[in-house]
Design a protein around this ligand. Structure first.
Ligand SMILES: Cc1cc2nc3c(=O)[nH]c(=O)nc-3n(C[C@H](O)[C@H](O)[C@H](O)COP(=O)(O)OP(=O)(O)OC[C@H]3O[C@@H](n4cnc5c(N)ncnc54)[C@H](O)[C@@H]3O)c2cc1C
Length: 251
């Protein structure tokens, strides 16, 4: 059982119709995270069956700051976790475990593709704002595959927060989650990138139904499999047993 840690909400901002940016301060010490990692928030909400709703949220702020950090959360229907994160007031205490995850930069060298779908952009932004990505030694192509401009964070927020030399950023209009054309459209997007350059490293975050096939596709195109990192936020084909109270990534 992971140790519970505490932080306080020090700011909350609505940054889109379904998006809330939360600023938190550690109750004590440092978070000690690396850009790309996430925490698991214990909402304290009891689900049917008695388990507590615990949900993963990627740290969207830079790992240069370790006593304060930010999370961006999209409301998902009536979901307990995301609605808790949208309700929680400034001053409230948040109990969490972590940081967790292996969606981490390995090296500054080598060209990189960062492909994020939907809410997966948070893991990508955390990664790109992290120590090892801030001054990339080679080109980094960032693609956000997302349904609409107002789906989550504003595009300008994403673009501005990762602005750097040698980093290109674009959004690509995605068919909705579950749409039959979605995978083909994601593949065509990645093929367009591959037509100009085969990346040395690839970081894929968001919809597991897309990023796992995309990993195979990139590997088939010659990107070393061990150079491909995945962070599935939902539709994770590798989640061994669905745990009612928690959602964990395969890291
Ligand atoms: C490693 C990791 C990091 C994450 N980071 C973030 C983050 O930074 N910001 C954020 O908003 N969410 C993030 N998530 C998703 C988050 O953990 C919850 O799944 C989400 O908030 C929904 O929880 P809920 O309790 O509101 O709804 P639930 O009732 O638990 O969810 C309803 C269903 O929606 C699915 N779902 C979750 N997200 C989406 C989506 N974007 N589109 C379609 N279906 C979805 C869930 O898997 C579930 O099947 C992350 C998930 C993982 C595994």
């Amino acid at each position: 059982m992971a140790d519970a840690r505490l932080a306080h909400v020090i700011g909350a901002e609505r940054i889109g119709p379904q998006a809330r940016l939360l600023s938190l301060a550690m109750a004590e010490g440092e978070l000690r995270f690396t850009g790309g990692q996430y925490i698991i928030v214990n909402t304290g909400i009891e689900l049917d069956g008695g388990k507590l709703a615990k949900r993963a949220y990627s740290i969207v702020s830079s790992d240069a700051e370790q006593t304060k950090f930010q999370l961006a959360v999209r409301r998902i229907g009536e979901g307990p976790g995301s609605n808790f994160m949208h309700r929680i007031a400034v001053g409230a205490e948040v109990s969490f475990s972590g940081p967790w995850g292996k969606f981490l930069p390995e090296t500054t060298s080598g060209s990189k593709l960062v492909f994020a779908t939907d809410t997966g952009i948070t893991a990508a932004l955390g990664l790109l704002r992290g120590r090892l990505f801030r001054e990339p030694a080679a080109d980094t192509t960032v693609v956000w595959f997302v349904e609409a401009d107002d789906y989550f964070l504003p595009t300008s927020f994403a673009r501005e927060s990762i602005k750097a030399e040698r980093v290109s950023f674009e959004t690509v209009a995605a068919p909705a989650v579950g749409h039959p054309e979605r995978l083909a459209c994601a593949r065509a997007t990645v093929d367009r990138v591959l037509a100009t350059q085969r990346p040395d490293w690839a970081y894929l975050a968001g919809d597991g139904a897309l990023i796992y096939p995309m990993r195979d596709h990139l590997a088939d195109a010659g990107v070393p499999r061990e150079h491909i990192r995945l962070e599935a936020f939902f539709n994770n084909p590798q989640r061994r047993i669905p745990i009612a109270g928690s959602r964990l990534s395969d890291g």
